[in-house]
Write a protein that binds this ligand. Structure first.
Ligand code: MG
Ligand code: MG
Ligand code: MG
Length: 309
């Protein structure tokens, strides 16, 4: 049975390109595998779409339900981020760089997770370990994923391994200037032209259960916060609607990649809890958190702690 390789729901560039890369590695090792993603091609986020186009990569096949299938997971290991019916699928491998999630298996599997900035970095090592050359187009996708996940090395999640992987992959991909590749991706990512506010909220968004409190955290990375000035009121309205769908809080990170900090838009039943988590004051529904770049490392853990998790 063909192994369906998929990243998390609401796929980002790492989830998309890692599915492509790991399927290619499995193929090179004689296993039938195909890259999949949990979204329709025309709904894929603009950054990933730009990356696929730039390197001439085919978009993974849309796969929302994996009942009865063999699956390999990249960039996540949480049931909440998996395709429908993951419980009736056979998970045969997991390659990740997040905390270990709640997916369990009945058989021993290949499980490779490392505390690095990107799944692409882990996969680069796996290609080397296997003695398989990375095709040029796929190297480009992996390179882009590392720049995206590490915010061009500025995120605290970035490690020396990520920088080493970029140095290797840029040669294979024939990319000389990773700065301009990153800025092209950032422009695509922060483009808000013609997008509905709800789509913008959910473009890079995750829900978390924190001690029974449902917390939604979205992020938009920008070259400057004033890029959203014109749509700010509409964005807040959309966040309020998302909050009203049964969430305790919705936080939206407007991350200034150049200034290296985040303006946190907050809609919450307990604003004091959010203020305690980040040690600041919410004014007009928002607070500036200097240095905050990473949801995983800097936004989620303090909030979990404040919730007593
Ligand atoms: Mg991801
Ligand atoms: Mg990732
Ligand atoms: Mg990300």
């Amino acid at each position: 049975m063909t192994i369906c390789v998929t990243g998390h729901s609401n796929p980002d560039t790492d989830s998309v390109t890692s599915a492509i890369a790991y399927a290619a590695l499995l193929n090179a090792q004689g296993q039938e595998a195909k890259a999949c993603m949990q979204i329709a091609v025309d709904k894929l986020n603009p950054e990933s779409t730009t990356v696929l186009k730039r390197f001439g990569l085919k978009a993974p096949e849309t796969m929302m339900d994996v009942a009865g299938m063999k699956v390999a997971l990249v960039d996540f290991s949480d049931i909440g981020q998996a395709p429908a019916n993951i419980a009736s699928a056979e998970v045969v491998a997991i390659v990740d760089h997040h905390k270990i999630g709640d997916i369990t298996t009945n058989q021993p599997i290949l499980f490779r997770a490392e505390p690095v900035g990107c799944t692409g970095t882990v996969l680069n090592k796996m290609f080397k370990d296997a003695g398989v050359a990375i095709p040029k187009d796929i190297a480009g996708g992996m390179l882009a994923a590392i720049l995206s996940d590490t915010v061009n090395f500025k995120s605290p999640t970035c490690t020396p391994d990520d920088k080493a992987a970029v140095a290797e992959l840029k040669k294979v991909a024939g990319v000389e200037d990773t700065e301009s590749l990153f800025m092209d991706m950032l422009r695509a990512k922060s483009s808000i032209d013609g997008i509905s506010m709800k789509d913008l909220v959910f473009r890079d968004y995750k829900d978390f259960d924190m001690n029974g409190k449902k917390m939604g955290i979205g992020q938009l990375e920008l070259a400057a916060i004033d890029q959203v000035a014109a749509i700010r009121a509409d964005l807040v309205k959309a966040l309020q609607e998302v909050k009203n769908e049964g969430r305790h809080s919705v936080l939206f990170m407007l991350t200034d990649v150049v200034k290296e900090g985040t303006e946190l838009l907050v809609i919450s039943d307990e604003p004091a809890l959010i203020e305690a988590a980040y040690g600041g004051k919410i004014e007009n529904g928002c607070m500036w958190v200097p240095g905050m770049m990473s949801r995983k490392k800097q936004t989620v853990p303090p909030l979990q702690k404040a919730c007593g998790c």
